[in-house]
Design a protein around this ligand. Structure first.
Ligand SMILES: C[S@@+](CC[C@H](N)C(=O)[O-])C[C@H]1O[C@@H](n2cnc3c(N)ncnc32)[C@H](O)[C@@H]1O
Length: 160
């Protein structure tokens, strides 16, 4: 048992140093995220750091095309298994760092990420070319921008 706790502790410290550890969103947060999605289901959604895919699959079930990006190979494997088991076709799973993805092709950015990653994303997403696109963030805010709406811990931003 001690070994498991030590390994978990090690994983958390490593994940904190490397970036953002896996900490899943709860049901209330997922419901708020779904509420903030645009009416137009042709909009392309990306989940930045999708973890076990619970948000990406909920968004796909709501009828959107979703790309779920996760750099943790184990979590990506879980998502791939779930995609097959639940036969969800409109989720694309990518096992990679989302900073190496061409983010300009998406309309909606969903994430639950630490401020450092949010700041970096802010510079990439909030450009003139991305006017009208939206960002939905769990817990962490974009310091340079005012949210368009807030529901509990979920923040909605629109690029102006
Ligand atoms: C706090 S968890 C949130 C998981 C999921 N989005 C949710 O809300 O349930 C953050 C996830 O982002 C992943 N992550 C952090 N930085 C990333 C990056 N640059 N590229 C890909 N995945 C990343 C972590 O591995 C972790 O699984």
């Amino acid at each position: 048992m001690l070994v498991i706790y030590l390994l978990l502790g090690f994983y958390f410290v490593w994940a904190m140093i490397k970036g953002v550890p896996f900490y899943p969103s709860n049901k209330k947060a997922i419901d708020s995220i779904l509420k903030f999605l645009p009416q137009d289901k042709s909009k392309k959604v990306i989940e930045l750091g999708a973890g076990d895919g619970r948000i990406a699959f909920a968004i796909a079930r709501a009828g959107y095309q979703v790309t779920a990006i996760e750099y943790n190979s184990f979590l990506s494997l879980i998502m791939r298994c779930m995609k097959v088991i639940y036969r969800i076709k409109n989720v694309e799973i990518k096992n990679k760092n989302f900073f190496s993805e061409d983010l300009s092709q998406y309309d909606v950015y969903v994430g639950y990420l630490f401020p450092k990653s949010m700041e970096r994303l802010d510079k990439i997403i909030f450009t003139q070319a991305n006017k009208g696109k939206i960002v939905i963030s769990n817990t962490f805010t974009l310091k340079q921008h005012q949210p368009k709406a807030v529901d509990g811990k979920i923040y909605l931003y629109e690029v102006e």
